[in-house]
Design a protein around this ligand. Sequence first.
Ligand code: NAD
Length: 299
Amino acid sequence: MADKPKIGFIGLGIMGRPMTKHLLNAGYEVVVHDINRDAVKEIVDAGAEEANACAEVAEKSDLIITMVPDSPDVQAAALGEGGIIEGVREGATYVDMSTIAPSVSVEVGEEMAKKGVKCLDGPVSGGDVGAQNAALSIMVGGDEESYEFVRPIFEVMGNPVLCGPLGSGQIVKACNQVLVAVTIAGVSEAITLGAKAGVDPINIVKVLGGGLARCGILENRGERMVNGDFDPGFRIRLHYKDLNIIMKTGNDYQVPLPVTSVVHELFNTAMVKDRSELDHSGLLTVIEDMAGIQARTKS
Ligand code: NAD
């Protein structure tokens, strides 16, 4: 291996594209693959090498990262036909940074271990803005030696914390998504209540953002919500996927999640109403529908 490990990156969506660019800017050789050719072209133009399949990425890389939507996508990219497992070298490291079921992280890790591949899970928080600013919070599961090997690469993209054995990163990410979903629902109800009672909702965003109710959702999304700007960001369908993981994990560990279960149904409503591609802050529109108003600022 040269000075710096060669990195394979699979999944060049909203998150993967800026993450890959940071790695290129930090001087890493990066080989990329995505089933969406337009996304690949953008990153190849920025200096990456293209591979036609996940197996080819793995053949060419010391460290492979996936950043794809959901558990079945990770299973396909890692273990499916033409997947990482077909090309990966013994002694290589594989890090899945997608948000998936903790049980699937462990299952993929067990299959990779049979080929002598070390695995970490490293889901992230901080959204598209965190990815663009290399300020992601990275929740890592795995062994200490593999973590230390990958740490400098994580640090190019954000701030890693080793949370425990493989799968622990996904558990912490599930906890994170509980809080974000519940907060979006609370902010949506507050904005809708104030607006229907006659207050310009931008004033609610401004005032609440300075008191005990201040939070990341008000700070990053509040103004956009009252302007009706729900461009993603983090899509409703992905947060709904995370809530499905959370409810299953709660069931697996026998932890009742009464508040989260209501918010899960609100996200389900957004899915049924064809709002899956809106930013998750678009949950506001579901609460607005219930109240029969649109909580938009007049300023
Ligand atoms: P996205 O849908 O924008 O991008 C995913 C990319 O993966 C797409 O370009 C898709 O073509 C590609 N892909 C899917 N299956 C593939 C396969 N088998 N082989 C190669 N490419 C494949 O999603 P995103 O918003 O970038 O999110 C990626 C992951 O990060 C998700 O698990 C999400 O929950 C998590 N996440 C997203 C955000 C956010 O704000 N967007 C924040 C934190 C975590």
